[in-house]
Write a protein that binds this ligand. Structure first.
Ligand SMILES: [Zn+2]
Length: 557
């Protein structure tokens, strides 16, 4: 269905809550599995309708933040959606405790049950006031960052607009731009420290209501870590330290030679003397090239992209009245079909929408007929779909970057490799912080400085006070808003590099594996899903060896 034809109606929360309670009751009393299954399907339909209305409202509000109707509806939904949590949890419990669990597991898989277990076991009503405090602190951080005002040559810019200058081809401009942005973080250090300190203590207090000493277990449960724990993640980080850090150091040196400087400093953010490649063409041209690319890649991707175009599923033009940022979501009522929201601004980010966000959207599209439980994937899996699509579409990059397509590919691969050590550093930092909740802000900064030496020994912060004293992490919003999330990107990037190495050898085989992996969704656990399609699990010792040597070969070391 075309997006404009999808009808929005205000959700009736009271009736939803009542019906959910009734479904819970009926499910508990069901005599046969057939009866229970029919109830579950009805409850799912009701839930999907509510989710669809919330999504449609959200998208339409984001598309035009001055539209009064959707602004009112958004406020109404923000206020009322939390009121049905309890009834929804009541239904989830009835489903979890159903005497037909064995039969249900055959229909919806074991992962869904493990997720429900995490949701139920890691919650007590005692946490609610602390959760509200946590949300308020995260909002406070986000506002502080969003409202940053940087004086730049007579203009007042926010931090995201400053990126243009911190990646400028001119070295002095970059250095000056970094001095300005890190100056903001120095000026606000005391407040940023205070917010984070309160967040760590608040999250630890929530864990204590469940009987844990630290936030670690609860943090993992909230990330839906249904298949692995801190030990596996640690093993992965150790492999990264041993195998990827030396590779990133080599890449650093290669880049130094390429941009022709005697020594690389933190502000040398460019990959080429003439700057990083930017896409050519306006948004319509980029979409038209995307269409050709996906039609050539496979019948499945061609069908997907045409569906998106024919049904108004891209809103990518940057407009003044539109919300900033980008995302992919889906509309359960309309067969779970995807929608992609973005603000094209003539940077590499525009192409990321066509490759990365469309990787997410493509997986959503080909699993649209699956049950909700199979579609409920965790982040380390979801990011494999998107990050790998960035590599599978590399062949077509000349459509977007013209004669700088090769530069783009080089930049992209280097970026992927160098990201993983950084991401692991963010993860290890959070383990240190949450395992030692009484650390002072000063001690946390020292810990960060030590981690920098391990994960980025080649990084030189010159005379930048903010970075030299371990202040860089305060820019990383995930550390404040989503504890332990960052490692998901690293795990997924590692798998996408496996695909990159594989497609160099045999593109068709790698693509078939990817297609199968997308279709699996959450049918099985992460560590069992990867080997089924010929991929290694990043926690296994030596898992990185083959990929790293293939990448080194590709980069001609
Ligand atoms: Zn993503």
């Amino acid at each position: 269905m075309k997006f404009s034809q999808i009808k929005y109606e205000r959700p009736d929360y009271e009736s939803f809550g009542k019906q959910m309670n009734e479904f819970a009751e009926k499910l508990r009393e069901a005599k046969t599995f057939e009866e229970a299954y029919a109830i579950h399907q009805e409850a799912t339909k009701l839930y999907n309708h509510l989710a669809s209305m919330l999504t449609v409202c959200h998208i339409r509000h984001d598309i035009d933040t001055t539209d009064e109707f959707y602004e009112k509806e958004q406020d109404f939904n923000d206020e009322n959606a939390p009121t049905i949590e309890e009834q929804h949890l009541n239904y989830s419990k009835a489903f979890y405790e159903s005497k037909f669990r064995k039969e249900f597991e055959e229909k919806v898989g074991p992962v869904a049950y493990k997720n429900l277990e995490l949701a139920i076991d890691y919650f007590t009503p005692e946490m609610i006031p602390l959760m509200q405090e946590e949300n308020a602190l995260v909002t406070k951080y986000e506002k502080l960052i969003a409202q940053a005002k940087i004086d730049w040559e007579g203009e007042t810019l926010n931090l995201s607009l400053m990126t243009k200058y911190t990646t400028d081809p001119d070295r002095e401009t970059r250095k000056k731009a970094f001095a300005k942005t890190t100056g903001f973080f120095m000026d606000n250090r005391a407040e940023l420290d205070e917010i984070y300190d309160k967040l760590v203590k608040c999250r630890t207090a929530q864990a204590k209501t469940l009987g844990y000493d630290t936030y670690l277990e609860l943090g993992y449960a909230r990330m839906n870590r249904n298949d692995y724990g801190p030990n596996e993640v640690k093993a992965f980080r150790e492999e990264v330290k041993a195998k990827l850090v030396p590779l990133a150091t080599k890449l650093h040196e290669e880049r130094r030679k390429r941009i022709g400087v005697d020594h690389l400093y933190y502000y040398d953010t460019i990959s080429f003397k003439n700057g990083n490649p930017t896409p050519k063409g306006d948004p319509d041209e980029i979409l038209a090239q995307g269409k050709k690319m996906y039609e050539e890649l496979s019948p499945e991707t061609g069908e997907f992209f045409n569906f998106m175009l024919d049904n108004e599923r891209f809103d990518v033009l940057g407009r003044k009245t539109k919300r900033a940022g980008g995302y992919m979501t889906s509309i359960p009522d309309d067969d779970n079909t995807p929608f992609v929201f973005a603000n094209f601004n003539k940077t590499v980010g525009d192409v990321d929408v066509i490759t990365h966000e469309c990787g997410h959207a493509f997986q959503g599209y080909i699993t649209r007929k699956d049950c909700n439980e199979y579609r409920d994937i965790t982040m380390e899996t979801a990011e494999i779909h998107s990050m790998s699509m960035e590599f599978f579409t590399e062949k077509w990059m000349d459509k977007f970057f013209g004669d700088r397509a090769e530069d783009y590919k080089k930049y992209h691969l280097e970026d992927a490799v160098c990201f993983i050590p950084y991401g692991c550093m963010v993860d290890e930092f959070q383990h240190i912080v949450y395992e030692n909740p009484d650390m002072t802000p000063e001690e946390r900064r020292k810990a960060w400085v030590e981690l920098e030496k391990v994960y980025r020994p080649h990084m030189d912060y010159g005379d930048n006070e903010c970075y030299l004293t371990g202040g860089l992490w305060q820019r990383q919003s995930h550390i404040y808003s989503m504890p332990f999330y960052y490692i998901d990107y690293c795990l997924a990037q590692m798998v996408s590099l496996q695909y990159k190495a594989w497609m160099e050898e045999d593109f068709a085989a790698a693509w078939n594996s990817y297609l199968e992996f997308c279709k699996q969704g959450a049918r099985d656990f992460y560590s069992r899903s990867l080997p089924k399609v010929g991929l290694s699990v990043p926690f296994e010792k030596g898992c990185l060896d083959k990929t790293v040597s293939a990448i080194e070969k590709k980069l001609n070391f």
